[in-house]
Design a protein around this ligand. Structure first.
Ligand SMILES: CC(C)(COP(=O)(O)OP(=O)(O)OC[C@H]1O[C@@H](n2cnc3c(N)ncnc32)[C@H](O)[C@@H]1OP(=O)(O)O)[C@@H](O)C(=O)NCCC(=O)NCCS
Length: 175
């Protein structure tokens, strides 16, 4: 039985569970999907199991994580998205999302970004969120702007590549 944390018009964001490992392995073994995630490149099953374990622990300990994204209509796992302490500076909370390639271009990432940000501010009482993406990842940059983030400059602190840092503050009142 899935534990739903958040719902949007077309999606459910559910607590991570090892039962979704096969579905996530199908999504994250695609190098095109994973091109701009971390240092880039497809993930092995072993890496995915480790990430799910970490996500389960994060939900338990912090009440936030990369939740598993389920499409309401099909009841299919289509991606992950949510909030995590950023790897390179634990005091900042990062918004992130990734969808299987078949599910791009439907506005889903924007739905996830808006819902997760609102949850961060309204339920978790966060003051600010950060989101970092590769400069070339134009769809993701567009998603962040649509969700209410602003560009806060370039950085090479993250993933060892040139990234664009986006920020949104609770006081911006976007939601
Ligand atoms: C990035 C990603 C999450 C976007 O998801 P999505 O559900 O397709 O995004 P949305 O449909 O909500 O919005 C995409 C926006 O980018 C725009 N876009 C798409 N391709 C673009 C391009 N090449 N240049 C500029 N804008 C582009 C779309 O037109 C849309 O904007 P609009 O609504 O104003 O027309 C998805 O492509 C993905 O999962 N990619 C792989 C993982 C990844 O890169 N995650 C982000 C890491 S920071």
């Amino acid at each position: 039985m899935r534990k739903t944390v958040l719902t949007t018009e077309r999606l459910m964001l559910v607590a991570p569970d090892m039962g979704d490992c096969d579905a996530l392995c199908r999504l994250w073994s695609d190098p095109e999907t994973m091109r701009y995630i971390g240092a880039g490149g497809a993930w092995s099953r072993e890496q995915i199991v480790e990430r799910i374990e970490r996500a389960i622990g994060m939900q338990r300990d912090r009440g936030m994580t990369f939740w598993t994204v389920v499409e309401k209509d099909s009841d299919q796992v289509i991606g992950q998205g949510g909030l995590v302490p950023i790897e390179f500076n634990g005091s900042e909370i990062e918004l992130g999302y990734r969808l299987g390639r078949a599910h791009w271009g439907k506005g889903y990432a924007t739905e996830i970004a808006r819902a997760a940000a609102a949850y961060g501010f309204d339920t978790l009482d966060l003051d600010a969120l950060v989101a970092v993406c590769y400069a070339e990842n134009l769809p993701s940059r567009r998603v962040l702007i649509k969700a209410g983030f602003h560009e806060a400059g370039e950085s090479d602190l993250y993933y060892g590549v040139k990234t664009i840092v986006h920020r949104m503050n609770a006081s911006d009142g976007v939601r």
